[in-house]
Design a protein around this ligand. Sequence first.
Ligand code: 5GP
Length: 232
Amino acid sequence: MSLIYEGKAKRVYETDNPDQVRVEFKDSATAFNGQKKAEIPGKGIVNAAVTTRLYGWLQDHGIATHFIEQLDDRNLLVDKLTMVQLEVVVRNWVAGSLHQRTGIPEGTTMDEPIIEFYYKNDDLGDPLLNEDHIRLLGAASPDLVARLRQEALRINQVLKPFFLQRGIVLVDFKLEFGWDAMGELKLGDEISPDTCRLWDQSSGERLDKDRFRRDLGRVEEAYQEILKRVMS
Ligand code: 5GP
């Protein structure tokens, strides 16, 4: 079946059903808007399995997602979505760009999670938007922004304890949403060590894509460790 879209970490293919697509998870990794590139052997297999486990868990907890079934070790069958042009980031601890923007030390906990919206636009480098910017761009209505915020917080409430039971702190993560053929808003894309910051609860060791972004080494090992714990 023909390729519809090739992204940095995934390929999307048509299926016999016009309302469904097949997503193939690649081993390619990019960072800093594509400036840094590498292959991380086995990453695609880890991310497909982790996404399958987490989306199954979310669906069991009443969250609508695009996930239908895992077809093989790198391929998922999902609902075809018309994507909202926003990335929704949930933060429980200070890290990454929140640290850079505020100067608050990485690893600082927060009483309440923070939700941020970023414009899905590679040419602009996915900039942070406030709700007035979103309205100006027509990227989402105020009602949709409120729904995305509420849904992201619900997902956080389901995922935080899932990870904590496995000795992992869910520091922050990125979500993408879209509408299926019936007009239902669903969680799309993936949730994996590529899209989350996951720190070992006791050592604070980073078990996510920051190992690649920051040249920390043992990238494959960290992905395999997350796979092992998530499947337990
Ligand atoms: P930050 O804004 O601190 O760079 O990222 C916050 C969180 O969202 C991190 O867990 C990061 O992995 C995720 N994230 C934000 N934007 C992207 C993106 O474009 N691609 C991926 N894979 N993750 C992202």
